[in-house]
Design a binder for this molecule. Structure first.
Ligand SMILES: [Ca+2]
Length: 267
């Protein structure tokens, strides 16, 4: 809470102060100060920023993103109105109760930005309430193709956070979601996970995946043989048991994204 919010306390003190606090709790991103900590590159090469969205302005750039919905997704619904810009330089994916149903927001870049290899990073503030989970992930049509392991497409979960105890998880899924489904994954714990913004990154080369949190390596793997095909980005909220009991959540709750940036090595 910034001290300026305290000045708002007037005759309707508690209400105004509460509003100020609510806004402060999801509005102040660190966009200007951000300088990504990039993985090391081979001698003679350097990182080049090839795609980004800083989520400035008041309207989501739909030349870059598809807003998903309105349709059922797991135990809730994806609705377009729950994916929107804060007006303070961030994307908000809201989880809310709407009548007797729970809804949340999701976006992807399918058909608008699909890419293989490089370094992908999103700076995010995670939600605090149970019953739903945020994720920054990559997906492609080849994920459903059985055979050739994950080389013909792998769901790459750069980060998923179904828990509220500081634990985060990184996962790969390939060869569809039926009887041939294969996966690999691991967990780690992030201090002060929901208190501020943290960077979640993926280095994807032809040989391996390396996962990062706040620029620090957390998992290195070649599981599935490594996807060799372009995939699109996804930022989603999902409602379901994996995230706990949504009936216990104080809603709305927010998954807030300061930016997404994609880098490639050059030349
Ligand atoms: Ca496959």
């Amino acid at each position: 809470m910034k001290t300026s919010d305290l000045v708002l306390i007037g005759s309707k003190g508690s209400v105004v102060a509460l509003l100020g606090f609510a806004l402060a709790s999801f509005s102040y991103a660190q966009t200007d100060a951000a300088k990504d900590t990039l993985p090391p590159v081979p001698a003679g090469k350097e990182w080049k920023l090839i795609w980004q969205d800083e989520f400035t302005g008041t309207k989501l750039d739909e030349t870059k993103w598809n807003r998903l919905g309105d349709w059922k997704r797991r135990d809730g619904f994806w609705v377009k109105e729950d994916a929107y810009l804060s007006g303070k330089g961030t994307l908000l994916l809201r989880t809310k109760k709407d009548g007797d149903r729970y809804t949340c927001g999701a976006v992807n870049t399918q058909g608008k930005f699909e890419h293989a290899f490089g370094y992908y990073v999103a700076r995010c503030r995670m939600p605090k309430q149970p019953g739903h989970w945020p994720a920054f992930w990559m997906m492609g049509s080849g994920v459903g193709k059985v055979g050739d392991e994950g080389r013909d497409g792998t769901e790459i979960d750069i980060v998923e956070i179904p828990w509220r105890d500081g634990k985060v998880t990184f996962n790969l899924h390939w060869d569809g979601y039926g009887k041939d489904h294969k996966s690999a994954g691991t967990n780690t714990t992030v201090a002060a996970l929901t208190e501020g913004f943290h960077d979640y990154g993926l280095l994807w080369t032809k040989e391996e995946y390396v996962f990062y949190v706040d620029g620090k390596e957390v998992w290195r793997t070649k599981a599935g043989g490594v996807s060799q095909v372009p995939e699109y980005l996804k930022l989603t909220e999902e409602i379901g048991e994996w995230g706990g009991d949504i009936a216990k959540a104080q809603l709305p709750d927010f998954f807030e994204v300061d930016y997404v940036r994609v880098y490639e090595t050059s030349p």
